[in-house]
Design a protein around this ligand. Structure first.
Ligand code: ATP
Ligand code: MG
Length: 201
């Protein structure tokens, strides 16, 4: 083997190790959930920096076939949520958007305020999800039976975890999708209380 072949081989090993570590983390989270809920570390923070952080991570590791866009409403109030958990949710959704868009395309993260909640979405122009699978994909270990099922890695835990985290915050998660056109995953998180307190002085 040449030095270059060794290096390429090691990179593959490193990537696989990272993937397995993530999968173990997911499994631990699932068992923790099953064992009785999760404790949230709540604080108030802005969505835009989180979205920027997540996108920066993916922009660095995906090829140029993707364009990442941010559409966070201006003057968006902060959310009150567990930052690390919310980062997992967004990372899971963007990772799916990349994984299930073999032709690349635009991946957009958007958010707006509605009532007491922020509505956040991640959209892609990938393979889409048939109507009969659109609820089942949130089940543990469920993966859609399509041509990407064999060639993409996954345990079918990402969305189950993401929805569990969102629901632990009192939010909801759902998907709108058309086969061959793309998918848009939505979730809600409670807005911070700050903006609701009227200042009488
Ligand atoms: P894991 O997230 O555990 O690594 P996974 O990606 O297969 O594995 P989920 O994230 O829970 O698991 O997704 C479940 C299934 O839903 C996927 O296997 C895929 O079939 C489908 N799916 C999820 N996101 C998308 C998407 N953006 N476009 C098309 N199909 C999707
Ligand atoms: Mg996934």
């Amino acid at each position: 083997f040449t030095a270059e072949q060794y290096r390429d081989g090691l990179l593959v090993v490193e990537e696989e190790a990272d993937r397995l570590a993530r999968q173990i983390q997911d499994l631990l989270d699932v068992s923790r959930l099953a064992a009785g809920g999760m404790r949230l570390d709540l604080s108030e923070w802005e969505l835009l920096p989180l979205a920027e952080e997540v996108v920066a991570g993916f922009a660095a590791q995906t090829d140029s076939g993707f364009e990442f866009q941010l559409r966070i409403e201006e003057h968006m109030p902060p959310v009150r949520a567990d930052y690390e958990r919310a980062r997992m949710v967004l990372t899971n959704l963007v990772s799916n958007a990349v994984k299930y868009s073999p032709e690349g395309g635009v991946i957009r993260i958007g958010a707006r305020a509605e009532g007491d909640y922020a509505i956040v979405y991640v959209s892609d122009q990938g393979i889409g999800i048939p109507p009969e699978d659109q609820e089942r994909i949130f089940e543990r270990f469920y993966r859609v039976d399509n041509r990407l099922r064999r060639t993409t890695q996954g345990a079918g835990l990402g969305l189950y975890l993401a929805r569990s985290i969102v629901e632990a915050h009192g939010g909801r998660m759902w998907v709108e999708s058309q086969v061959g056109k793309g998918s848009r995953f939505f979730f809600t998180l409670p807005l911070g209380r700050r903006q609701l307190v009227a200042d009488p002085q």
